[in-house]
Design a protein around this ligand. Structure first.
Ligand code: GLN
Length: 235
């Protein structure tokens, strides 16, 4: 029996799971175990209620334009609750399509405007007959950590006020192929175009998300031992 218990909401996990973004949950559990924590997972999808008070962290994965369009129709029903979760400084990992949908809007590959939650200020345009596909390396300029991954997206995302990039592009395309930014950080929301899933190769992000969730849920506990956990991915 683990000492700490976390509840994770997998937002639209049955629809948005491109390139196995669900693997991020396996990685979170792997590191959580080393922190004496377990994670219960619940998929929250179309027409299902999302109660932010019941969850300690969340995952919002990527998808194809069609699924994103389906999800966008349901988002207004959950906007207040998702915003509450984010404003409460609870950690949320958003990948590709989920990242796009947290922002103002996404212009799909066929030119259709897919409205987002408009909680984060970024917006996403479409490229003409092109996708950004391939390996990517970025550097988190706050921590100095390098992150490695694989990107595959049509969308070109432009960040807005109050969010900073997850990292600076060292090689690859990143948010838009123009400004050398990749992903976004806003409060405890971590966004990225990395699939594959991102946390397998970038355990430091998993560790950060878990510690943010643990500190929030157990404010009187001392997690300094867990903070010293050395991240050694074995995947
Ligand atoms: N459909 C979106 C795009 O192409 C997101 C893709 C994804 O999640 N991989 O930009």
């Amino acid at each position: 029996m683990a000492k700490y218990h976390l509840n994770l909401a997998h937002l639209y996990g049955n629809l948005l799971n491109t390139y196995s973004d669900v693997g991020n949950i396996i990685v979170l559990r792997y590191y959580a175990k080393q922190m004496d924590a377990d994670i219960a997972v619940q998929v929250i999808s179309i027409s299902q209620e999302f109660d932010p008070a019941k969850f300690d962290l969340a995952l919002f994965g990527g998808g194809q334009d069609y699924e994103q369009f389906v999800v966008s129709k349901d988002l207004p029903n959950k906007r207040t609750e998702i915003k509450q979760f984010i404003d409460d400084q609870k950690p949320l990992l958003a990948i590709c399509g989920g990242y796009q949908l947290l922002g103002q809007y996404y212009i799909g590959a066929n030119g259709e405007k897919i409205p987002g939650l408009n909680i984060l200020p970024h917006y996403t345009l479409s490229q003409d007959h092109n996708r950004f596909i391939g390996n990517i390396t970025i550097k988190n300029e706050q921590t100095g950590d390098e992150y490695h991954g694989f990107e595959n997206h049509n969308g070109m995302t432009f960040l807005g006020d109050g969010e900073r990039p997850l990292g600076k592009v060292i090689s690859g395309h990143g948010n838009n192929g123009q400004d050398k930014t990749e992903g976004a950080i806003y409060k405890e929301v971590y966004c990225s175009y990395f699939h594959g899933p991102i946390l397998t190769r970038n355990g430091e992000i998993a560790k950060h998300l878990l510690l943010a969730a643990l500190h929030k849920k157990y404010p009187n506990e001392d997690f300094s031992n867990q903070e010293q956990l050395i991240i050694k991915p074995t995947f």
